[in-house]
Design a protein around this ligand. Structure first.
Ligand SMILES: *Cc1c(COP(=O)(O)O)cnc(C)c1O
Length: 384
């Protein structure tokens, strides 16, 4: 399944992102097909990868978009996502961003605090509109993932805490330009265990029961994103198990009649289709370690530096015996290290390395630190 046109890579300036579009389409197809079995709605989380071509391929599949900024709403609209399928989350929505959402009549604001409700109500009223909102509930579920990417426990800044729910519902009665559409959850990212999702279903059931006792009907439930990918073995598991994922929610979250269920996958859609391709500048013998120094650094892919993330790395140019290396970038920071003590086919200056599973939170998080250029992207189907 793996596809790397190395001959073509040789004439492209490194470092660059390479996207396997056939894999992206298969992944999307799997997600859409499995979700459709239960009439679940998908809103792709734009923050995982907002490359315009990737976005338009995804919007072409008929899914919606989950945005976390005004810029992302703009990017989603430019890529052809329909306004009526855009949801907008984020703890700190600026007034102009709220207005972008209102002006385009997006489907729903996923609201994260009481003051935000008041601000959206104010702007909606000033335009004579009603804003659809969902309450983002912090369900206090630990996703057992890296502390920087867990979002659903009491200590996190995200969402409205369960203790405040009654107060919020009371307040909503005095905010005439808001329409409560439903509840929203997002407990974290790169979740590879079933347990956090099971707990999430349990919490959603409890909250829903509590609300129905107050005669409040929740038409839309949004479970957010978070499904993880296999960073260790990208070739064994190029497509996440969407079947098992949606089946879990179907089994453990019984829907009320007329209730609609939404998901916001990001990483699981785009993660495996992207690789960062980089050239070996130097192989340097240290006193204890041998360093492979690449022309890519955390400016192109920050996940290892930011979250200690592991990416499988392979040498596309060598079939020599394996040796142990420390793979680092050129940036003047010690955290600019892609992998410690990994095995690669014997590596020499000029060899092309692929840092795999970089399609999510890769290109979009690139920076110009050290006055570097932002990386370009190339697509498998346009290299023919
Ligand atoms: C980041 C985010 C997502 C996507 O998370 P993934 O782990 O990439 O699937 C979905 N919803 C919200 C609100 C987010 O912030």
């Amino acid at each position: 399944m793996k596809y790397f046109p190395i001959d073509k890579f040789r004439s492209i300036e490194t470092p660059f992102y390479f996207y396997d579009i056939a894999l992206l389409r298969k992944t999307l197809d799997a997600a859409v097909t499995e979700a459709a079995k239960y009439n679940y709605h998908i809103h792709y989380a734009v923050k995982a990868n907002a490359n315009p071509r990737i976005l338009s391929i995804i919007s072409g599949q008929g899914v919606g978009a989950d945005c976390v900024s005004g810029g992302e709403i703009q990017a989603a609209l430019n890529a052809g996502f329909p306004c009526g399928k855009i949801v907008f989350a984020g703890v700190g929505k600026a007034d102009w961003e709220i207005n972008v959402g209102l002006d385009h009549d997006i489907f729903c604001f996923n609201v994260e605090s009481i003051p935000e409700l008041e601000v959206i109500n104010y702007w909606a009223g000033s335009k004579g509109k009603t804003a659809g909102i969902a309450l983002r509930i912090n369900p206090d579920v630990d996703a057992h993932t890296h502390s920087h990417i867990t979002t659903g426990t009491k200590e996190d800044k995200f969402g409205i805490h369960l203790d405040q729910l009654d107060e919020v519902l009371k307040l909503l009665k005095s905010l005439p330009f808001l329409k409560l559409l439903g509840l929203h959850f997002h407990i974290g990212s790169q979740i590879t265990d079933k347990e956090p999702f099971l707990l999430l279903c349990k919490r959603a059931n409890e909250i829903q029961t509590r609300l129905s006792e107050q005669q409040i009907k929740i038409e839309h439930i949004n479970f957010g994103g978070g499904l993880g990918i296999d960073y260790e073995h990208p070739d064994d598991h190029p497509i996440p198990d969407f079947k098992e994922y949606f089946e879990l929610f179907h089994t453990h979250f019984p829907v009320f009649p007329h209730q609609e269920v939404h998901f916001e996958p990001g990483r699981s859609i785009v993660g495996q289709c992207g690789s960062l391709i980089s050239k070996t500048l130097y192989v340097k013998e240290g006193s204890e370690k041998t360093f492979v120094i690449l022309d890519a650094g955390f400016t192109e892919l920050i996940r290892p530096a930011l979250y200690d993330a592991y990416h499988f790395i392979e040498n596309l140019s060598s079939e020599q015996p394996l040796e142990t290396y420390e793979v680092v970038g050129p940036i003047c920071e010690s955290s600019d290290c892609f992998a410690k003590q990994i095995e690669l086919n014997r590596t020499s200056r000029g060899d092309l390395l692929a840092i795999r599973s970089s399609g999510a939170y890769g290109e979009i998080m690139a920076s110009q630190y050290n006055c570097r250029q932002l990386p370009k992207a190339y697509f498998s189907d346009l290299l023919e």
